[in-house]
Design a protein around this ligand. Sequence first.
Ligand code: SF4
Ligand code: SF4
Ligand code: SF4
Ligand code: FES
Length: 570
Amino acid sequence: MDIEIIIDGKKIKADSNSTILEVARKNDIEIPTLCYLKGINEPASCRVCVVEVEGARNLVTACTTKIRPDMVVKTNTTKVIKARKTALELLLSNHNKNCLNCPKNLKCDFQKLVEQFHCDTEKYAGATTENHIDDTNHAIVRDMSKCILCGKCVSVCAKLQGCSAITKINRGFETKVGSDFDKCMQESSCIGCGQCVLVCPTGALTQKNDIPKVLDILEKTDVIRIAQVAPSVRVAIGEEFGGKIGEFAEGKMVTALKEIGFDYVFDVNMGADFTIVEEAQELIEHLKTNSKYPLFTSCCPGWFNYVQKNYPDMEKYLSSSKSPNEMLASIIKYYFEEQGKKVEIVSVMPCTGKKREVFAHGVIDACITTRELGELIRLKGINFNKLADSKFDDPFGEYTGGALIFGVTGGVTEAALRYAVHKLTGKKRNIIEDVRNSKGVKEVEVDLGGRTIRLAIVHGLANAQRVIEDIIAGEKHYDFVEVMACPGGCVNGGGQPYVDYNKISATEVAKKRAATIYKADGDMKFKEAGENKGVAKVYSELFKGDHELIHKLLHYVHVDYDRVEESKDN
Ligand code: SF4
Ligand code: SF4
Ligand code: SF4
Ligand code: FES
């Protein structure tokens, strides 16, 4: 039911079930927030969203206060501004204010508000939490001297990812965000997805910085320097330079990588076509076994590591096909080494978890995220928006639509089905809409060469946990299960550009980036891995049908994401 309220003198009709904040945002009235993440984290603890409500004795938090008929709200009075300023100054009292050394400098929500409200950074100066940086994990870095205890990371990790790798530990002034028994991140149940990094309003959680490694590689003159780029990076890198969310910037991105100094820029999409050829074959073989368990995808390192940590007995049901990133790198290294040339490879990923995958496999030399690519482009003084378009290099730059859609939840399944249907029936089925738009868990039955197979497409590890428990309990049966750790898939990966979630939800962001991918897939002539002539050429001319070699390069035996000793030296 709609009711009428007044905000800042403006009459507004809104659903009576709304909060003041929801109504304000819908009507372009700005109210700052720090601890609020709709539906996921609403503790009303930071108090920077306070507003005046006529008749109320105290200021109220806009993020949790429901509207009432004829409510009169004031969002920008002197009293409100002073209260917000005090709330921020209290948070600053236990905050390491060395902003110039902080990886979130100029991208920090907290810093922006401190500046906006002209805060006195030393107003409540006193004892502060010890500055302890935990960089044991290859994906993310934790610096609790920057934490304002908003709780967003804890909620995202528990509610979306079902990992509960981090939680609030200790009490009172000693309270901090840490893992159980205060273990280091590499020893915790963290799978490196980086979803906590996306929502952290400060520099307390950031990605591991691998730019120095890349700069070192670029300086080398005795190796061929190669960059390889994942599907979802091209629909997000433009955002680093003011572009619209989901803008397709493949051509500029390739040019930028060449200007940065890479000798070759190859496309991980080609690796995705290889992964599909191998994984679809695995699926066809798996179906013959009539197993109680499905074949699970394994290309998402977050999911892979989640299974290793939580369901080690199920690891054998993960596809042994390497991820597109690892497959392509293995092929590239073999291709050049056969010619007596040494290469070093940098992969550019939408994913913080890929940093752990790269470390675990040991083939790729450095891994940076989309955000780090943005930083590198700026560091090199390249004007991204003025760049002309370039194409990926031969011989590893060719791809089909099936590879591109790997970036979206349901994409791996659709690509595998396109290939398997063609292989088994000789008929093409280029768009398989049923597996798209997955809402957490999507169950689908598909006819595959006269046999009905049951599929589940899952994103968000909390959803994956429910699915795997049902499978183990015998309550559900599937032939194939695709899992992507990040909600929406890699388009919404933990290494993608920061977005202001006060203006747009993560779900909407993922949808926009996914729409661009599907549009590009629709425009492509070839949509199925079997149509990739470059892939066929590698199988025939480079591998020459050598099955042992193919298995060695394209499949893995065992990888350990949780090794600790080496990670500490990284
Ligand atoms: S990276 Fe993912 S698993 Fe690790 S703490 Fe953050 S949200 Fe949790
Ligand atoms: S680490 Fe970041 S997201 Fe987590 S509680 Fe601290 S400030 Fe909030
Ligand atoms: S869904 Fe994609 S971005 Fe997220 S952890 Fe998995 S591979 Fe990385
Ligand atoms: S109290 Fe409302 S955003 Fe923190």
